[in-house]
Ligand binder design. Structure first.
Ligand code: IMP
Ligand code: MG
Length: 186
């Protein structure tokens, strides 16, 4: 995307354009193909934010795989993690003995992922790995193991490519920093 093109209202600046996303996700998909050669991994997408990443990631993979989704809520309409996580939608299938790949849009405080991994580990999968498109550089984030990270980004609130602010902006084809005027006005 060139700088002259119009941007959606609410976008302060584009952080990762669609071309960069495509290239990096293709690399992640190839790495998963190799890692799970001979197995049928279950990709678990975390709704709603990971939906765009999940569909691009799985289309980049060539080995047989299955998908399922979980929905958890930790934020409401705020831009800071509340630390309170609830399961809004659980998996449709058992994961005992399965090789599970958690597909997350972004790891911020790490609280959501930590909670999710605790829940899934108790169901005795063969193993669990985590692929996150984005990880924020945050000094006080909790230590949670992310096996593959698409991009490490500064500690700013981002939107687009599945990520929302108050439910909106998920359809932007790039990852952008949210214009602070949007939440300052509330
Ligand atoms: P955490 O529990 O603080 O790691 O936050 C994880 C979840 O919060 C992610 O899966 C996102 O849905 C959401 N989130 C965290 N940071 C952002 C952001 O910058 N933009 C949009 N959503 C975010
Ligand atoms: Mg999320």
């Amino acid at each position: 995307m060139s700088d002259g093109e119009p941007r959606a209202a609410g976008v302060a600046r584009i952080l990762i354009d669609d071309e960069a996303l495509r290239r990096r996700i293709a690399e992640l998909a190839r790495a998963l193909d190799e890692e799970y050669q001979g197995d049928v991994p279950l990709l678990v997408g975390v709704l709603n934010g990971a939906v765009t990443f999940m569909t691009d990631l799985m289309r980049g993979m060539t080995i047989p795989l299955e998908i399922d989704f979980m929905a958890v809520s930790s934020y409401g309409a705020a831009t800071q993690s509340s630390g309170v996580v609830r399961i809004l939608k659980d998996l449709d299938q058992e994961i005992e003995g399965r090789r599970v790949v958690v597909v997350e849009d972004i790891v911020d405080s790490g609280l959501t992922l930590q909670y999710l991994l605790d829940v899934l580990e108790r169901r005795n999968p063969r193993d669990i790995r985590v692929v996150a498109l984005l990880k924020k550089e945050k000094p006080n984030a909790i230590e949670v193991n992310v096996d593959q990270i698409g991009f490490t980004i500064p500690d700013e609130f981002v939107i687009g490519y599945g990520l929302d602010y108050a439910g909106k902006y998920r359809n932007l084809p790039y990852v952008a920093v949210l214009d602070p005027c949007i939440y300052a006005a509330e």
